[in-house]
Write a protein of this length. Structure first.
Length: 401
């Protein structure tokens, strides 16, 4: 009888799993074996910094990391903790790798020279647990550094607002982002901060959109702010863009966290421009299947135009594919008049049918309706003959009268 105590149970290795340990008896390789067979990529594309800068760096050698891995790299600012995005070489073995040509096309389409792209750097190693904990400790001091910098701004009476502070892993640089409408002489505050933190201080001026990129989180749509998520070049958005998309002109509804017009209005601006070129201008005379009219409005996305007809002032929606030449388009009201003038032709046909009935031979039988119509005409003829005969008699014997 077996014991009910689980600790007394004996563990026996199954032969199936023992066979899987031998690569010659398996159809597929394990993840570790696949990683060993891959060659290390020559170049790695990384993302770093509070403003999500992009860099393409060569590696020190032997680094086999996947997308999203944390790496330690030496950038133009110092030693930083970076995040791997992709690779730009053919020997990476990753399905998400892209060619350098594709990456340069993306940069050109996303801003060109204004795109924050850097190549003067090098990936050193894969980040360890000590690197991650050290970076977390440095980020925990950001609030204290921001408060101390704002106190110094008040002491020196400078017209600037400290937005955020960014330390790096090597602690060679401490960047202070500030917001100001005018040019500021911050040499005194830089010297005070340098003596306090014993590192190189950089003061970087940002705009309202960059401020949202640094400190904002969610937008009205429920998603992360576009400027913080993926936008690298923050181009201005004009009110004409909002008007063209038929958006409300209420600033509270079309403004983002930065107080400016939302960046998402710019995403479909080019599409709206191309579709608007297909629509005729307002007060243009066009032709429709119901007659010519004047364009009074247009819908860009649906490609419809509102036309006011000339003959009855009705308003109809017409697709742009069905617009015609106003001079040669159909005119339904003229067709109705022609139809009324053509009615007498039917009467002639009826008269001709009656005449054919009169010319029928005597021996042929006629319908009762035809005989009823012919009886009054015979009596009229008899009366006419009597009148004519009376006139003749009166003319021959005038004395009797």
């Amino acid at each position: 009888m077996s014991s009910s105590n689980p600790s007394s149970m004996q563990i026996v290795p199954l032969p199936v799993f023992e066979e899987d340990a031998d690569p010659s008896r398996r159809d597929a390789l394990t993840l570790e074996e696949q990683l060993d067979k891959l060659e290390a990529p020559e170049t790695i594309v990384v993302k770093f910094g509070a403003l999500k800068l992009i860099g393409e760096y060569k590696q020190a050698g032997g680094i086999k990391a996947g997308c999203g891995s944390k790496l330690v790299a030496r950038t133009h600012r110092g030693t930083e903790l970076v995040e791997m995005l992709t690779t730009t070489c053919s020997n990476s073995g990753c399905g998400k790798s892209i060619s350098r040509k594709e990456m340069l096309e993306y940069i050109e389409n996303s801003g060109g020279k204004n795109f924050p792209f850097h190549t003067n750097g090098r990936v050193l190693r894969i980040a360890t647990a000590d690197d991650l904990s050290r970076m977390a400790m440095l980020r925990s001091t950001i609030d204290e550094q921001t408060r101390s910098a704002r106190l110094l701004v008040e002491e020196h009476r400078l017209s600037m607002k400290i937005v955020d502070v960014e330390p790096i892993l090597g602690e060679e640089l401490l960047t202070f982002y500030y917001l100001s409408e005018d040019r500021v002489d911050f040499r005194k505050i830089v010297s005070d901060l340098a003596s306090k933190y014993s590192t190189r201080i950089e003061m970087r001026q940002v705009g309202a959109r960059d401020e949202s990129r640094l400190v904002a989180d969610y937008e009205k749509c429920g998603q992360h702010c576009c400027c913080k998520g993926f936008l690298k070049v923050l181009s201005p958005v004009s009110m004409r863009t909002a008007k063209q998309q038929k958006q409300t002109l209420d600033p509270k509804k079309i403004s983002g966290r930065c107080g400016r017009l939302m960046c998402c209005l710019r995403y479909e601006d080019q599409t709206y421009r191309e579709l608007k070129k297909n629509l005729p201008h307002k007060k243009t005379r066009v032709g429709t299947a119901e007659g010519p009219g004047i364009v009074i409005d247009g819908k860009i996305l649906t490609q419809l135009v509102m036309v006011e007809l000339e003959h009855d002032k009705r308003r109809i929606a017409v697709p742009i594919e069905e617009l015609l030449d106003p001079e040669t388009c159909p005119r339904p009201w003229e067709e109705v008049v022609v139809h009324k003038e053509a009615k007498p032709k039917n009467n002639r046909r009826k008269n001709s049918s009656k005449n054919t009935n009169k010319d029928e031979p005597k021996g042929q039988k006629q319908d009762e309706n035809v005989e009823g119509d012919a009886a009054p005409s015979r009596t009229k003829k008899k009366r006419r003959r009597r009148r004519r005969s009376r006139k003749r008699n009166n003319s021959e014997n005038p004395d009797k009268t």
